[in-house]
Design a protein around this ligand. Structure first.
Ligand SMILES: NC(=O)C1=CN([C@@H]2O[C@H](COP(=O)(O)OP(=O)(O)OC[C@H]3O[C@@H](n4cnc5c(N)ncnc54)[C@H](O)[C@@H]3O)[C@@H](O)[C@H]2O)C=CC1
Ligand SMILES: O=C([O-])CC(=O)C(=O)O
Length: 344
């Protein structure tokens, strides 16, 4: 509790002096009181490598942080509240990793792209704050529409001369988690033993599972393959509809984001084994300027993009068909980013 009270209402000056000699790893969660933010913050509090966990939201982080601070793991938990840029900057100050589950979730009948009007400003705010208070942080956006939000944030960071494409990620881990689960069910094997590349973006047909490269092999009929791909692509909507207006995937997303952040932490700390991850990042692999493929992570972020997996003709065709939609999303994000940067 002392760790919490110590920094419950920090002043930027105090943070400067208390954190300048800091050696431990700091993770900031933006949107920490929300449906994803709370379980994600819990999972991060359980990570023994995190020394400082900063929880930011518009409201309610005092209670969440107090609750988590009673868990017997090393991380101190500090709450930051408010829609002003000051509390966001305090939360993100000198963070090594900023993970962002802030913003509006879908209601039944909405597409992820419908969220852009509300969520674009969340992405821009985080990018402006990062460029000022943690320009070397790894930033992982969960906020939808991921396809638009990441190019938007990249454009703002570029305008502030603080963009490192190796450190900015759109979290697509839930697509991989779902692909492993559904293939595991179909093959009747432990999903943790399944590997399936899922590339592209994070909406509808831009989510492209590459079942031909699945291990163990998935040898369904063409119809079964098509059905499984549709299930993975539509899994977010499946949850939105099941929740009947009470939001979208939160618990599975918190798990998926925790896996991703866990790997970012391993990469920052240095690992003997290569850390292979997959996320929506700036890319030269296709005509789309942002694209999710597997990559190797190191302490400075993406070390090597592993490019497209092998694909069969059907998968190649699906890739060609989805690129125009993904490119349009990216263009929209870049335009919005320029608008925000111009207003600053
Ligand atoms: N990338 C992915 O695979 C997934 C993305 N999502 C997206 O994650 C986002 C969050 O979803 P939920 O947690 O279910 O929503 P939620 O509504 O339960 O929580 C969002 C939280 O963000 C906070 N927030 C809003 N604007 C903010 C700002 N400017 N600064 C700080 N906090 C702010 C809200 O106060 C709220 O506590 C949505 O955009 C959703 O579509 C959801 C599931 C999967
Ligand atoms: O579908 C949504 O709105 C939330 C999301 O991105 C997902 O569950 O994959």
């Amino acid at each position: 509790m002392f760790g919490l009270l110590k920094c419950a209402q920090p002043l930027l000056g105090k943070l400067h002096s208390s954190q300048s000699n800091r050696r431990g790893l700091k993770v900031a969660v933006v949107g920490a009181a929300g449906g994803i933010g709370q379980p994600l913050s819990l999972l991060l509090k359980l990570n023994p490598h995190i020394e400082h966990l900063a929880l930011h939201d518009l409201r309610n982080t005092q209670g969440v942080a107090m609750d988590l601070s009673h868990i017997d793991t090393p991380a101190t938990v500090c709450p930051f509240e408010g829609g002003d840029g000051k509390s966001l900057r305090r939360a993100m100050f000198m963070a090594d990793i900023v993970v962002v589950p802030a913003g509006l979730p879908r209601q039944p009948g909405m597409s992820r792209t419908d969220l852009v009007k509300v969520n674009a400003s969340v992405a821009a705010d985080v990018a402006f704050a990062a460029s000022e208070v943690c320009p070397r942080a790894f930033i992982a956006f969960i906020t939808n529409p991921v396809n638009v939000v990441v190019p938007l944030a990249a454009t703002v960071l570029k305008a502030k001369c603080n963009y490192d494409p190796n450190r900015l990620f759109g979290v697509t881990s839930l697509d991989l988690v779902r692909a492993r689960t559904f293939v595991g069910d179909a093959l009747n094997v432990n999903p943790l033993k399944v590997e399936v590349p899922v590339i592209g973006g994070h909406t509808g047909k831009t989510i492209l599972p590459i079942l031909s490269q699945c291990t163990p092999a998935y040898n369904g009929t063409d119809e079964e393959v098509e059905e499984l791909i549709k299930r993975i692509q539509g899994a977010g909507t499946e949850v939105v509809n099941a929740k009947k207006g009470e939001g979208s995937a939160t618990l599975s997303m918190a798990h998926a984001a925790n896996l991703f952040v866990g790997n970012l932490i391993k990469a920052i700390k240095g690992s003997d084994k290569p850390i292979v991850e997959c996320a929506y990042v700036e890319s030269e692999v296709t005509e789309a300027q942002f694209f999710a493929t597997p990559f190797v992570l190191g302490p400075q972020g993406i070390k090597e993009n592993l490019g497209l997996p092998d694909m069969n003709d059907v998968e190649m065709e699906a890739l060609e068909k989805m690129l125009p939609e993904l490119k349009a999303n990216i263009e929209a994000g870049i335009k919005l980013g320029k608008d925000f940067a111009g207003q600053d």
